[in-house]
Structures are given as structure tokens and as C-alpha cells.
Design a protein around this ligand. Structure first.
Ligand code: NAP
Length: 297
């Protein structure tokens, strides 16, 4: 089978162009510049790269952004105070705290302290509840990106058996909840798998659409899928590669080389889900800005 490669780089470029247009209209018609504050605690190099990319992406579409770098010794109450300031600051319509946080800070307390109207990562329980209701304000960025990838590549999930491998709060749970809604871009029959799942292969082989969000390199192998499957690979894993100057390369949770031979369509890693996550953060920030117009009228 000659699969369609679902090109997240290209689809995210189109979305970022759409966002830039929307930002320009907000500026010209409402004198409103969407703003995003990103808080980074500590010096984890991967988090620093993600945060830098987010800032750059904001700049490109005309969103005002600031990164607040805090040392790894920051206490929970210092971080809570900072978030309280950002919640009040009218320049910022979105506030994002880069995860993971240092272990001495409770992630849950920090998420609870965010103003739900500024929670552009969609992790506050109010936003999670709204997602479950089918009436979201902010859809978590990676699942929102997956939905856009499916719809914009002509792979409508309606009526399909969609199997999600992984049940994390940021990917597995929200994508499963979104895909089961009786709504456009969803209406799938959803199965969720995890480490407690017995006979994983029997379930993945029954998938029309398979979403892999496991966090282990090349865990989904060719014997686990059926011909004609659509595969969304969320995984980003570093594996050693002595031929690269960095000494590593990125691979997904799916054995792309073998699984792609049986797939109707598949996302690559990198260049699939990854670029979509940032595009959706921009979308959510613009939405947060627009919401302030609705509430001020
Ligand atoms: P996570 O929090 O580590 O969750 C992994 C999930 O996979 C857990 O629910 C776990 O089950 C399940 N799992 C692990 N091994 C499994 C197996 N062999 N079979 C079935 N299920 C299995 O990971 P995450 O945050 O969701 O991230 C998943 C991957 O996506 C990672 O590679 C991450 O780097 C990547 N990611 C990419 C983006 C992006 O923008 N592209 C964004 C977020 C994450 P249990 O619950 O039973 O432990």
C-alpha cells in the first residue's frame, strides 16, 4: 500500500496563516492584540526549546508574548503569586505554565490556580469539564491538533472505530473524549488502551484510525494493524543515532517504516503532530482574546 503522508508541517503552516489574518482583524477592528505569557520554571533543555518555539511562533503571527523564566529553586507559593499577577494582567489573554514542573511543586495546585479563561492548555478542571460536556472553551493543544490533522487530510472520524493507545491527561484522555462526541470532526466509536489492556494487538487490529500516545519508541508494529488503517503517531522519542552530530534522532511510538506499508494514511515523526500542537496554542490564545470581547460587550 502506498500511504498518504499526513503532513503536519504543511497543515500547521496553513493554520498559522489563518491565525495571522485573524490577529490582524482583531488589531484593526478592535484594537486588540492577543497576548500569551509562558512560564518556565527551571532549566530543562527540552522545555526551554519548546518555550522558545512557542515565543517565535507567536511573534510570526502577531501575538504578543513574554516568557517568564524562573529558577528551579522557585517555591510553590512564589509560582502561585506569579500566576496570580498574570491572571490579572490585561496584556495576557493566555497563560501557560510549561510542564513538567520541578517535583517540589504540585502540578495540580498550579493548574487549579490558573484563570480558566486564560488556560490556553485546557487543563483546568473547568475546561476539562466543558470538553466532556461537548462545549469546550479551550481544547488541549495536542488533541486539537490531531483533530485538525484528521479533518484537513480528509480522514473524517465519523462512524470509524478509533483506538487510542495511552490515557494521559494531555493526550489520550482528551482525544478519546473529543472523538466520541456527537459533533462534526468526531462521532467515532472510541476504544482506549493502556498498560492494563489485555490482547492489545486484537484491539489495535480492529482500528480504522489508530492514535498512538504511549511514549515508547516504535511500540506499534506492523502485526498490530490491519491494511488500510489511518495512523496518528503522537510519540516523540529520542533514540541513539551515531550518524547524527547530536548523537540521536527522533522517532514516534509507531514503527513507521513497517506500519506505513499497511496504512492508508500516516503521520511522520517529526513533521506530523508536533507542529500542530504549537499551531493550536496560537488558536487558543486568539480564542481567549476574542472571549474578552464577548464578555466586555
Ligand atoms: P504519558 O503521560 O507517559 O502516558 C503514556 C500512556 O501510554 C499511559 O497512559 C500508559 O498507560 C500508556 N502506555 C504505555 N505503554 C503502553 C503500552 N505498551 N501499551 C499501551 N499503552 C501504553 O505520555 P503522554 O504525555 O501522553 O505522551 C505520549 C507520547 O507523546 C510521548 O512520546 C510524548 O513525548 C509525546 N507527546 C507529543 C506531543 C506533540 O506535540 N507531538 C505532545 C505531548 C506528548 P498507563 O496509564 O497504564 O501507564
Amino acid at each position: 500500500m502506498n500511504p498518504t503522508i499526513i503532513n503536519g508541517t504543511e497543515i500547521s503552516r496553513i493554520i498559522r496563516e489563518e491565525i495571522a489574518t485573524e490577529v490582524a482583524v482583531l488589531k484593526s477592528d478592535h484594537n486588540l492584540i492577543p497576548g500569551l505569557a509562558v512560564v518556565l520554571v527551571g532549566d530543562d533543555p527540552a522545555s526551554a526549546v519548546y518555550v522558545r518555539n512557542k515565543g517565535r511562533a507567536c511573534e510570526e503571527v502577531g501575538i504578543y508574548s513574554e516568557t517568564i523564566n524562573l529558577p528551579s529553586t522557585t517555591t510553590q507559593s512564589e509560582l502561585l503569586n506569579k500566576i496570580s499577577d498574570l491572571n490579572q494582567d490585561p496584556r495576557f489573554h493566555g497563560v501557560l505554565v510549561q510542564l513538567p514542573l520541578p517535583t517540589h511543586i504540585s502540578q495540580r495546585s498550579i493548574i487549579l490556580s490558573l484563570d480558566p479563561k486564560k488556560d490556553v492548555d485546557g487543563l483546568h478542571p473547568i475546561n476539562v469539564g466543558r470538553l466532556v460536556e461537548g462545549n469546550p472553551n479551550f481544547i488541549p493543544c495536542t488533541p486539537a491538533g490531531i483533530q485538525q490533522l484528521l479533518m484537513r487530510s480528509g480522514q473524517d472520524p465519523a462512524g470509524k472505530h478509533l483506538v487510542v493507545c495511552g490515557r494521559s491527561d494531555i493526550v489520550g484522555k482528551p482525544i478519546a473524549i473529543m472523538m466520541m462526541q456527537k459533533q462534526e470532526g468526531a462521532n467515532a466509536t472510541v476504544t482506549i488502551c493502556h498498560t492494563g489492556t489485555k490482547n492489545l494487538g486484537d484491539i489495535t487490529r480492529s482500528a480504522d484510525i489508530l492514535v498512538a500516545a504511549i511514549g515508547r519508541p516504535r511500540s506499534i508494529t506492523a502485526d498490530m494493524v490491519t491494511d488500510g488503517v489511518v495512523v496518528i503517531d503522537v510519540g516523540i522519542n529520542r533514540v541513539e543515532d551515531s550518524s547524527r552530530r547530536s548523537g540521536y534522532r527522533l522517532v514516534g511510538d509507531v514503527d513507521f517504516e513497517e506500519v506505513s506499508k499497511k496504512s492508508m494514511a500516516i503521520t511522520p515523526v517529526p513533521g506530523g503532530v508536533g507542529p500542530m500542537t504549537i499551531a493550536m496554542l496560537l488558536t487558543n490564545t486568539v480564542k481567549a482574546a476574542r472571549l474578552t470581547l464577548e464578555t466586555s460587550n
